[in-house]
Design a protein around this ligand. Sequence first.
Ligand code: FE2
Length: 381
Amino acid sequence: MTQKFDNSTLQLEKVFSEAEDFLPINGTDYVELYVGNAKQAALYYMTAFGFQPMAYAGLETGIKDKASYVLQQGKIRLILTSPMSADHPINDHLRKHGDGVKYVALWVDDATKSWEETTKRGAVSEFEPKKVVDSNGEVVYSAIKTYGETVHIFVERKNYNGLFLPGYKTWNPEYQPKDMGLKYIDHMVGNVGWNEMNTWVDFYKRIMGFAQLVSFDDKDISTDYTALMSKVMTNGNGRIKFPINEPAEGKKKSQIEEYLDFYGGAGVQHIAVATDNIIETVTAMRDRGVEFLRVPATYYETVLDRVGTIDEDLKPLSELGILIDRDDEGYLLQIFTKPVCDRPTLFFEIIQRKGAKSFGKGNFKALFEAIEREQEVRGTL
Ligand code: FE2
């Protein structure tokens, strides 16, 4: 699996039928963020993103050292966790990185085998397989380290019938915000340091059995100032896609470098979430205070020359700032939020796929120029 692949699903199936998938993954189980104030962050993601309250763990459930709020929308589950005392190790993470993604949990049928197969191939263990039991059954967890201080937890829940995971109770507050049509995590992007992209591409290939989907290089993705390189890794069934970015040399500081400076190293750059109606979703999010990156109005003067006919009217897309791109299999609509923290680190992408399996390469130039305008204001260009 060292050759380059294009976007063809057929090719991907061929790759995975040739070799046994030693790490079958059913999907993303949850994403856990360490945040400074989980209670308030939960309200932000509920109000602004339309997540629903689902479960809670904290003092009231016998957890003394941290508080965790579980939110759900479609198949997406977010956990927001804050420490309860000065000496908790989560504080070290917060001091260094600010709010950010700590765990990308993957739903597997066998967490023990997942840990054995990956550590055997060189993964660094975060913790060994452990069984946690409550009155609703048992869950087996194991975990390995990935880039920066980010961790993959393998979650085996086939013998568990509870609401979420052991230790959590139902969280059913009076405030039940409206769903905004977010369905599932389409992809999650990691930013890694200079010359580290291939190390982590190799990690996902060799240790996790992923294949490379499509590659860009710095000639594809550069503006006058900013540049990056990116490779997309995917698991066997295509449900997990992890693009990996590294900075490339430009005239001025690239957005990836800015991220690395403020995050204090490698970490999750953005979480892309899918919707079936991006116009409705983005309208609702905008009305609830989510700020999106804007491209100049001139983008819409020529975009249809590039992407051809689309089902949607251009007017609402241009009013909201939604971007369009096309590949051999169809087109996609996408938009990026501004960073959701004070540090210019984590942001979200909203994406609606209409056949396209790629990631919006045709928009990168317009997008990066928009990011550069933001960097200029921040004084970090
Ligand atoms: Fe993306």
